[in-house]
Design a protein around this ligand. Structure first.
Ligand SMILES: [Mn+2]
Length: 371
């Protein structure tokens, strides 16, 4: 398991690469050209500059999150082929600087959705919260709240320019059923697979967050069955999954260890975080520690270890601690994610030690037996 950290780039993140270097065990930066809107060309020199800056601090650049998918591809408009070509072009350019995995999502209009970005937790910290009852019938309110909550930062998937056309977007998606959206995703992936094969890039779709439809928009990557269907429909090792325990974990019916086991050969990236689900289905993001939420992270790390997981992982979101919400991106503070890294690596290292000891013991027995 290779530990990574999502960084939004110089001037677009209050955290610096020098700070990240001091978190033990982080070997890679999960990056993107965050100023690019979906469907825009990524220039070679911009990619190179960003990758060089990250590599100069000793980090790998193997994971990009995200290259956003243009709505025309999701809706299935005739213009989609043009945008798929641009996407393929970006993938080729990314491979050239050492990218191996592209994390993306296929959620219509919105990215991850919460109703409160600063929900107070009993310990005085605060975190991202989702309240079912306050998902208003009016998505404009939601968009305004999230854009406002981002402060000086633009939150991926909640770009003010794009969301200013919200009514237009909803109208464009009016006929896009779950089936159509699925077909459009398959079409997109089938077109990309030859390029991915040629340049060695693995596409790793991020599950929908939360793991159910909102505002009447379909969501198609939310459970073991929907993931199986997608991986089977485009049965190519370059069509893979980002396992996100916090997204899939919003639905208590999702058996997370079973999902890890079933798709172990197609998981290239893991987002490992905890959520606490309330009786009414609302949920809040909590610390990584066992017992603080409904996700059993030590068990998930154990299954990854048992699977011999060699892919990438990151602590995903964290709570905002010690007042850092005044300056950090919602969900992307420094402290709780650093705790998360240490917690996850602590479990992993313990398992590695136990494995080594077991091998030594077995080796000793064999030697004794041979004498
Ligand atoms: Mn995630």
């Amino acid at each position: 398991m290779k530990m990574t950290w999502r960084w939004y780039g110089e001037g677009n993140d209050n955290i610096t690469l020098d700070q990240i270097r001091q978190i033990p065990g982080v070997s890679g930066i999960v990056w993107s050209l965050h100023h690019k809107t979906a469907g825009e060309v990524w220039e070679e020199n911009e990619i190179l500059a960003e990758a060089e800056q990250i590599k100069a601090k000793g980090f790998s650049v193997a994971v990009v999150e995200s290259v956003n998918v243009h709505d025309d591809i999701k809706i299935g408009l005739p213009s989609r082929d043009h945008y798929i070509e641009i996407y393929a072009d970006t993938i080729r350019k990314l491979a050239a600087v050492g990218v191996e995995v592209v994390c993306y999502n296929f959620m219509p209009i919105f990215d991850w959705t919460r109703t409160n970005l600063y929900y107070p937790l009993p310990d005085g910290s605060n975190a991202l919260f989702y309240e079912k009852a306050s998902i208003a019938a009016d998505p404009h309110e939601m968009a305004e709240m999230i854009i406002r909550g981002g402060g000086d930062f633009t939150i991926p998937g909640w770009e003010p320019d794009r969301l200013s056309r919200l009514d237009e977007l909803f109208a464009a998606y009016a006929d896009v059923t779950e089936e159509k959206l699925f077909d459009n995703l398959v079409y997109f992936l089938q077109k990309l697979m030859p390029i991915c094969e040629e340049c060695g890039i693995k596409m790793a779709i991020h599950p929908d967050d939360p793991a159910w439809p909102i505002f009447g928009l379909p969501r198609i990557v939310r459970s073991r069955d929907t993931i199986r269907r997608l991986l089977n429909a485009v049965d190519n090792p370059h069509n893979g999954l980002t396992f996100c325990s916090g997204s899939l974990g919003t639905n208590p019916h999702n058996d997370l260890p079973a999902i890890l086991r079933e798709f172990k050969d197609r998981i290239y990236f893991a987002h490992l975080r905890n959520v606490k689900i309330f009786d009414n289905g609302d949920f809040v993001e909590v610390s990584h520690k066992l017992g603080d939420g409904n996700v059993n992270l030590p068990e998930l790390v154990r299954v990854l270890h048992e699977n011999g997981y060699e892919g990438y992982a990151r602590p995903d979101h964290g709570r905002h601690l010690w007042g850092e919400e005044a300056r950090c991106r919602p969900g992307y503070g420094l402290y709780d994610r650093a705790f998360g890294v240490m917690y996850l690596l602590g479990v992993w290292d313990g398992l590695e030690n136990a494995k080594r000891q077991a091998m030594q013991t077995r080796g000793g027995e064999i030697r004794v037996g041979a004498e």
